[in-house]
Design a protein around this ligand. Sequence first.
Ligand SMILES: Nc1ncnc2c1ncn2[C@@H]1O[C@H](COP(=O)(O)OP(=O)(O)OP(=O)(O)O)[C@@H](O)[C@H]1O
Ligand SMILES: [Mg+2]
Length: 631
Amino acid sequence: MNFLNKLKQFRDYENQLKWEGTFADYLELVKKNPQIAQSAHSRVYQMIVSAGVSEKDGHKHYHFFDGQIYGLDEAIERLVEEYFHPAAKRLDVKKRILLLMGPVSGGKSTIVTMLKRGLEKYSWTDDGAIYAIKDCPMHEDPLHLIPAHLRDDFFEETGIRIEGNLSPLNTMRLEKDYDGKIENVPVERIFLSEDKRVGIGTFSPSDPKSQDIADLTGSIDFSTIAEFGSESDPRAYRFDGELNKANRGLMEFQEMLKCDEKFLWHLLSLTQEGNFKAGRFALISADELIVAHTNETEYRTFISNKKNEALHSRMIVMPVPYNLKVGEEEKIYQKLISESDVADVHVAPHALRTAAIFSILTRLKESKGRGIDLVKKMRLYDGEMVEGYNAADIKELQHEFSDEGMSGIDPRYVINRISSAIIRKGVPSINALDILRSIKEGLDQHPSITDEDRERYTEFIATARREYDELAKREVQKAFVYSFEESAKTLMDNYLDNVEAYCNRNKIFDPITGDEIDPDEKLMRSIEEQIGISENAKKAFREEILIRISAYARKGRRFNYKSHERLQEAIQKKLFADLKDVVKITTSSKTPDETQLKRINEVIARLVDEYGYNTTSANELLRYVGSLLNR
Ligand SMILES: Nc1ncnc2c1ncn2[C@@H]1O[C@H](COP(=O)(O)OP(=O)(O)OP(=O)(O)O)[C@@H](O)[C@H]1O
Ligand SMILES: [Mg+2]
């Protein structure tokens, strides 16, 4: 019932938004809100911007793409600033075809689909409202009715520049039906919809022999020629090609470079003059954004052919590389899994991250002469701190290769391997090792991977696994401590008390016996040794920490266990070292005794409650870490 109500509500809402009037009424609307008369390019830009823009580190982030596109901030920023924005301002790029160029499965279609769905929704809003000459198959812009000699005056009055001529069909209707009185021509509000073929179109090449140019520009309607007497009567023509239907919005040109040349030539005049030729009519003006996409190989073949020069110069090529951030790649997998049939399968923590590490490594290029290995580069790109490198280094690395991210493993491949691992395992729970194994098996069957790449990729699987091993060990060790953060804090406080006493040559007060005792050198050293601080360096290290504490105090900030990176590392390692034997024995014992069993159950409960595992994945983790520690 609730649902039926919603349906009705929506219908009411639709009816509310509908608008019909004469051209004279429309002019009033335009004067009040000139935005409704904007061009298709401008509408796309406004739509993107209206979803919000934020700025970080001098780069813009467009929220329009949130939740669907991850890790492509820079490509998108470029797309908006070098195409959408200038095109919206009627600069010349507007006349170019936008060509997204990138590796397979890198998000090109997703970007275009978002623009299409976005435009549909935007046309329902006040800011995105669009009006058209009523019952026009091309939803022609009503302002086209204004004759050329009055357009300058119109511009003076409203600030709106009119581009494009009235189409043959509407020219005829104006004369025949409205006696040339443009103010009486009916206008309606339209709502873009790909399904209804209003303002959104898709063209994809099929067999060039059978595919007709009519698919793009419409065709003669033979059933009505007899009625109207001539092929050049626009009423005997069906303006129902994709270019016609996408007028006022956006047309996606799929696999454009696979298309037969004769189709591409039509685009030449469209992109240059903003009009195209159909049937025996004068040129038809079109106001639409044309987006095409292609991969690099096809693109290279295309530009290497001299014949394509004219077309090539009318394109704006925008690279859409693969994402290069591990964290963002994880989100892509999460998104793809949540959209799939296996959405309810439990994916153990770090499993997707491990797969992402592998994927990103295959996409990165080895930097020359900077002494940075791929794993470090991967960390830097992901926003982690890596000793010895700063923000300027990252920038430099990112600019070293123009084609970094244009090759490597694609997200679809990884998702396919995850799905097949899930199906094979038969348990609704999957972990990092299952995924890596499946990726590895897939490489052998992958037809388009060269032997050389296969070898490199196998190496990366091993690297990803090593990264996972560290994560897994740390996780289990943490789970072994009743409250890890609490223990770390206690240990640090204890260490700091001792360091303070040592540096100030004081004694320490023993709360149990009430005695004054010497600082506990053994304790301090056992922590410092974890990070390789030698006997000679210990004094300097301790003093440095005290200086840091007083610096914190001066600024009114609290020094805590995370305030000093190396100290934090030392404390963690010390805790883990103390635990190592317990963890090792407990996790690897084939016949655990009662206390061990109790401990294991506690750890599993903690992994489930606090770390996001389920019992299957927690047990698998413990067993795996047990085997690691016993190596
Ligand atoms: N950077 C990304 N952010 C979010 N999802 C992505 C990203 N890259 C790829 N994907 C996802 O991977 C899948 C494939 O992407 P999509 O179909 O958009 O790629 P494409 O570039 O059009 O590929 P093709 O060249 O094969 O047509 C989609 O489900 C898409 O959502
Ligand atoms: Mg695609």
